[in-house]
Design a protein around this ligand. Structure first.
Ligand code: ASP
Length: 815
């Protein structure tokens, strides 16, 4: 009953018909937007990308077409043949409202189920439904408009870039890691290079620099970038950038290119923007706006009011570093609750406290009055400066991490919040600005080291080069950001173009010679073959927000086991219990802390105790890693089995600790040369008598060393009860050896007496494996840290977290 398209050719777009078309024949194609049946007369509104046109079916004139039109419903796909005529009563709401089509023929090309929501400009279907049925949502006018605007913008960008002599070059997508400070999305090479990965580019940074070295002079690309980051309002896993790079540029030249692009692109979007954009120093915007991407659409600037407090007062209030304040106009009327709320926000952002001063008609009032005195309050009010009716908001920081002014940053957040709340932000304005003079490094609290504030190819201010190693926190970069209304729209820099400086920078970032050769060797080499000074920038062309999920295609999604196996991948178990994840993360943190203190550093091995502990620690460290990996992958049984070797290591550590030198020595002896020689003699197919000989030799070595042979012997000489041995070891052993499901993988008894084999990851036993791993690794680390003289405070804090987690477990009824 459906018609074929056949040789039918569209003559007009629905939305294009105007009074001047009256009198012509037309064939339009599209969706039935609406149907109104008045008996002899039937109206169909037909919709395509360009708009809607009204079609009239008259039963008397064209009975067949009319009969067909009676059958169609909303969203059926149709082609209409007919004559365009002027309407007697034009519809002023529609661009095509002066005409209608008198149908002679109707072709029904496809039918449609009733859509989950109507196709209208403003719909109130749930976001989730709309995203799930994205193809229906897209039929609306608004997304069509947005997509054509986007097309127009990209086209304009290409035009401007072309006019300015830039060449568009595509760079690889399956590539190696490009450092932009996020994590990479990895693509397993799988069959062709098992165990090796491509990374999707976080940006084409290295490639565009290579193009400059290759003499391309001016490059650009409208390019997808991929960054695995924590989700934030303006971040998403894949986004499009306008990326460019030029040779021999001054900072000024790059700014001019971008200003030209922005002016032209904004014009396409109907916004008038004037260039040049103001330029501001990082230092100043932090001090004035508490942000490196200031929203300049309103005032409420910050002021340093540290001097309003004496050192003693600051100590008394417990505030560190400098204090920042701003005056919120008209907010002196804030209620107690509103003020409390502000304080809570500030504390939530990490402030020690937020203080307020109300400038009221009859004087100043503040909770600070007692500790500071009226004179200081007046001084602060003058510094800010505040008027009658204002609320002065003062932020004091809890601590002062290197290179940071937390009080200013927190005050900056509160400024944004109050700016919105007090209606001070003029939404009609587009306030662009350039920010320069960024610090080259930023202090990473988690890594306890300086990391690149931008990416590691960012140029260094010439005068600051000398401080690269001696005072990294003071070094300024040649980086710049373009900001708009509180958002970072783009960022770039004049680059390092000399190999010696690039290498020094990598070293300052803590990369060893070997690491930097492995990761960036090719690039460092390239720099030695005549690299021109160069610089560039990338603009995020279309910022938007998503939850890194596609609800229509349902991605990301799980992958079937065969596919994983083909790629030689073992992944996190997607259904791992929430508690298990928490426990795994805690184990990770412990493991990382142990690694950080011990890996790649020269551990003292002057005493037997130290020698023994470095061996035990090294092995435990690897075993723990494996237990954690297996657990996260849901291989709980296997992880639990392996965790027994960690228990043994912990018992050994405790046993040695009671008489460190003698027992450390015995332990080392039990492992030494003779043992290695013995191992060499053990062939896979040794005869029984040969084997017995070997076993005898092994026993001799053991007894000569003085190291007690069995684990029980070592455990028995430890104080009782010994949690590790008496409880954990036996529990795990018992589980491993007595339970059918453990012996056979995973068996469950569905129908009584019948076993059902389930292969693959599950939640079972993961908790036991991880808890065992935590306790045993912690114990090994504790003894090892004593042996090496490493501070144990951090280790002790983990125990608290472990207790908390396990009690949550119990409360939740999971074990
Ligand atoms: N590659 C940088 C980014 O994507 C931009 C640049 O430095 O040109 O943020």
């Amino acid at each position: 009953m459906l018609d074929f398209l056949g040789n039918l050719k569209r003559t007009h777009y629905c939305g294009a018909l105007r009074a001047s078309d009256a009198g012509s024949n037309a064939i339009v194609m599209g969706w039935v937007h609406r149907r109104r049946d008045l008996g002899n007369l039937l109206f169909l509104d037909i919709r395509d990308r360009t708009g809607i046109v009204q079609v009239v079916f008259n039963k008397e004139w064209e009975a067949a077409a009319h009969a067909k039109a009676e059958q169609v419903r909303s969203e059926f796909v149709v082609a209409v043949e007919g004559n365009v005529v002027k309407r007697q009563k034009p519809n002023r709401e529609l661009p095509t409202g002066e005409v209608e089509i008198i149908a002679t023929n109707l072709h029904v090309l496809n039918n449609a189920k009733t859509p989950p929501f109507p196709i209208e400009d403003e719909i109130n279907a749930a976001e989730e439904t709309r995203l799930h049925y994205r193809y229906i949502d897209l039929r609306r006018n608004k997304p069509h408009r947005n997509l054509s605007l986007r097309h127009g913008i990209v086209l304009e960008m290409r035009k401007v870039m072309d006019e300015l002599g830039f060449i568009e070059v595509e760079t690889p997508m399956l590539t190696r890691s490009t450092p932009e400070g996020a994590r990479d999305y990895l693509v397993p090479s799988g069959r062709v290079h098992p165990g090796q990965f491509y990374a999707l580019p976080q940006s084409p940074q290295i490639f565009k620099q290579i193009l400059m070295i290759g003499g391309l002079d001016r490059y650009f690309q409208i390019v997808k970038c991929f960054r695995d980051e924590d989700l934030r309002a303006d971040r998403q896993p894949e986004f499009t950038q306008l990326d460019l790079e030029m040779s021999f540029p001054r900072q000024q030249d790059i700014f001019e290119v971008i200003e030209k692009v922005m002016v032209r692109v904004c014009a396409i979007a109907g916004v008038t923007v004037t260039a040049p954009f103001p330029r501001m120093l990082y230092r100043d915007v932090i001090r004035k706006y508490g942000s490196d991407k200031p929203d300049l659409r309103f005032g409420m600037e910050l002021h340093d009011v540290t001097n309003g407090f004496t050192p003693a007062q600051r100590q008394h209030l417990g505030i560190a570093g400098r204090a920042f304040a701003f005056a919120a106009p008209g907010a002196a009327t804030f209620s107690r609750k509103q003020v409390d709320d502000l304080n809570q926000r500030g504390v939530g952002l990490g402030a020690k406290a937020v203080y307020t001063i109300k400038i009221e008609e009859n004087g100043i009032s503040s909770a600070l009055q007692k500790s500071l005195g009226a004179e200081s309050l007046r001084e602060i009010a003058e510094t800010v400066p505040a008027n009658k009716g204002d609320l002065i908001v003062i932020v004091g920081a809890k601590e002062t991490p290197p290179g940071n002014d937390p009080a200013a940053l927190i005050a900056g957040q509160l400024r944004l919040l109050l700016g919105e709340r007090l209606g001070l932000v003029d939404k009609t304005q587009w306030k662009f600005a350039w920010v320069t003079g960024f610090p080259l490094f930023e202090w990473s609290e988690s890594d306890k080291q300086w990391v690149s504030a931008q990416h590691p190819f960012t140029g260094i201010v010439d005068e600051d080069l000398d401080k690269l190693e001696s005072a990294p926190g003071e070094v300024r970069s040649k980086g710049y950001d373009l900001v708009l209304n509180g958002y970072e729209l783009g960022s770039g820099s004049i680059r390092i173009h000399r190999q010696d400086i690039q290498e020094r920078l990598f070293k300052a970032l803590g990369l060893t010679q070997e690491q930097l050769r492995r990761r960036f060797g090719f690039f460092l080499d390239a720099l030695t073959y005549g690299t021109p000074p160069h610089g560039g920038i990338a603009l995020i062309a279309f910022p938007k927000t998503t939850a890194a999920q596609d609800l229509m295609a349902d991605s990301p999604s799980e992958v079937d086991r065969p596919q994983l196996e083909e790629l030689e991948l073992m992944t996190a178990y997607p259904h791992l219990d929430r508690h298990n994840w928490a426990l795994a993360n805690l184990c990770d943190r412990l493991w990382n802390a142990v690694e950080r203190e011990t890996r790649d550093s020269d551990l003292p091995v002057g005493t037997s105790f130290q020698q023994a502990m470095s061996l035990i620690l090294a092995k435990s460290d690897d075993d723990a890693r494996a237990v954690i990996f297996l657990s996260k992958s849901g291989y709980g049984v296997q992880a639990a089995a392996l965790s027994r070797s960690l228990i043994e290591a912990a018992i050994n550590a405790d046993f040695i600790e009671l008489d460190p030198e003698n027992r450390g020595n015995a332990f080392i002896k039990s492992l030494q040369d003779s043992n290695r020689r013995l191992a060499k003699r053990m062939k896979p197919h040794a005869s029984t008598s040969e084997m017995q000989n070997l076993i005898k030799t092994a026993e001799d070595i053991q007894s000569e060393s003085g190291w007690p042979r069995s684990l029980a012997q070592r455990a028995d000489s430890l104080p009782k009860p010994n949690y590790l041995y008496d409880v954990a070891y036996f529990m795990v052993s018992q589980l491993i050896h007595s339970d059918i499901s453990a012996t056979a993988g995973r068996l469950s008894e569905g129908i009584s007496g019948q076993f059902r084999l389930q292969v693959g990851p599950s939640n079972e036993w993961v908790a036991q494996a991880l808890a065992t791993c935590f306790i045993a690794l912690h114990e090994v680390a504790r003894v090892a840290f004593s042996a090496f003289g490493i501070d144990k405070a951090e280790l002790e804090r983990f125990v608290e977290d472990f207790r908390k987690l396990t009690s949550q477990f119990e409360a939740a009824g999971t074990s």
